[in-house]
Every structure is written in C-alpha cells, then in structure tokens.
Design a protein around this ligand. Structure first.
Ligand SMILES: NC(=O)c1ccc[n+]([C@@H]2O[C@H](COP(=O)([O-])OP(=O)(O)OC[C@H]3O[C@@H](n4cnc5c(N)ncnc54)[C@H](OP(=O)(O)O)[C@@H]3O)[C@@H](O)[C@H]2O)c1
Length: 216
C-alpha cells in the first residue's frame, strides 16, 4: 500500500477531497490503462490486457479502497466487466457498480446477472456526470472508463485523481484514450499535476504509473 493511499491525506488531493465534500458528491478516482500511443483497446475493441499483471494488481489495490465502481455501457458491453476486487491471498469481493448510459445490456452480461440476483448494481441512463456520481451512494468512487465516460467527467472537472498506467507498447489504430475530449489550443490545455506527496511515477513491471490530479 502506498504512502498516499488515503486520498484525504495528501496535498492537492486533500483539497479535491474537500471540494467534493462541499459539492455533496463522492471523491472520484479514475483509472486508465493505455499504450504509448494512447490507445485503451485494439482495433477490435479488446482492452484486456494492455498492461502487465503488476499493473493489474495495483489497480485492484485501488479498487479495494473505493465504495463503488462506475463504468459506461460501452465498457460493460465490450469487456463484460465484473467489478470485483481480486487481491492475492484474499477472497474475490464484489464492489457496488454504477452503469452509466441508456443502451440495453443483455441478461447474460455479468453485471446483469448480478443485478438479477439482487446484487448492488445501479443503472443511470442519464449522461450527467454529477448524477452518475451521486447515484453511487458512496463517498469514494472509481471511474473505470471507458474513454467516452472518462472524457465527460474530465470536461465536467469531476475527476479528482487519475491513475494512468502506460504500457511500453504501440497499438496503432484502436480505441483512443482521449478522442472524446474537446479540442483545446496548445497554450490552454487541461493540465494535470503529479501529487506532490505521491511517489509516482512508479514502475510496475514493464509499465509506468502516473498518479495525477487536476492542476489547481
Ligand atoms: N484500457 C482501459 O483502461 C479501458 C477501460 C475501460 C474500457 N476500455 C475499452 O474502451 C472501449 C469502450 O469505450 P467506450 O468509450 O464506448 O466506453 P464507455 O465510456 O464505458 O461507454 C460509453 C457510453 O457511456 C454512456 N455515457 C454515460 N455518460 C456519458 C456521457 N456523459 N457522455 C457520453 N456517453 C456517456 C453512453 O452510453 P449510452 O449510449 O448507452 O447512453 C456511451 O455510449 C472498449 O474497447 C473497452 O475495452 C478500456
């Protein structure tokens, strides 16, 4: 576990935690695993597994700290997301899930099965990021994508911290990590900063982890 494991304990993250609380919404951590050419999935839409087992284990450590996971319908349909925490030596644990988007999800998908069995899965057909966050009922959520959902949250300034896992590999044509963001001039991009109290960038096997929060 990292020194910065508690988001309320460190620098800029502490300010974002207070901002979230004042706004009456959960603190939002985002996760993105991408190639060097900023692809989150290949040309067939396969996103698993761009990054290494070490990066995956770190991501499950992040999952273990949140109260709910938010995904868009695109990720549910493409990846059949399970939204469980899987850590060495511990039993697999389901996390409450929020599925954002209106598209139907077939009854055979794992989250649909879980919902049918009375598990904690909330569907939010609206695209409003604030409503999606508050629907979770948690005080700390993990946005696990995909890229369309993440872009909407970044545009709304509703991502408080980002774990960006970068695999040293090129995918060429594929699913862009950032295509849904609005265009901005080079002098005025959306800037992010490494948290001053964090220890990242960090090596996770062959991958690089950046731990970022929105620049103040
Ligand atoms: N490498 C990674 O870290 C990672 C993580 C997740 C996914 N992926 C990959 O990403 C791909 C899926 O990408 P995606 O962008 O389609 O997935 P997505 O972001 O999970 O889903 C997109 C859908 O989210 C819904 N949505 C909810 N709020 C929205 C908003 N404010 N604005 C726009 N749409 C909103 C819309 O659904 P409706 O049209 O149903 O309303 C939209 O079509 C797959 O290939 C998957 O493997 C990779």
């Amino acid at each position: 576990m990292h020194a910065d494991a508690d988001p309320a304990s460190a620098g800029r993250l502490k300010a974002r935690w207070e901002l979230a609380r004042a706004a009456g919404r959960p603190f939002a951590t985002a996760h993105l695993a991408q190639s060097l050419d900023a692809k989150v999935a290949d040309a067939q839409g396969r996103g698993r597994w761009i990054t290494s087992p070490q990066a995956l284990e770190h991501a499950h450590g992040v999952r273990a700290r949140v109260g709910a996971i938010v995904v868009g319908t695109g990720t549910v349909l493409a990846d059949d997301a399970a939204l469980t925490v899987r850590l060495p030596g511990e039993p697999e644990r389901e996390l409450p899930g929020v599925v954002a988007g209106a598209s139907p999800v077939s009854a055979s998908h794992r989250l649909a099965v879980r919902a049918a069995e009375g598990g904690a899965v909330v569907r939010v057909p609206a695209h409003d990021p604030f409503s999606v966050l508050t629907a979770s009922g948690a005080d700390h959520v993990l946005l696990e994508g995909g890229p369309t959902l993440l872009a909407a949250f970044i545009e709304a300034d509703l991502v408080d911290e980002l774990y960006l896992y970068v695999a040293p590999a090129f995918l060429g044509p594929g699913v862009d990590a950032t295509a849904a963001l609005a265009a901005r001039p080079v002098r005025d991009p959306v800037r992010w900063s490494p948290d001053p109290a964090g220890r990242e960038p960090e090596r996770l096997g062959p991958d690089l982890l950046l731990h970022l929060s929105p620049a103040a």
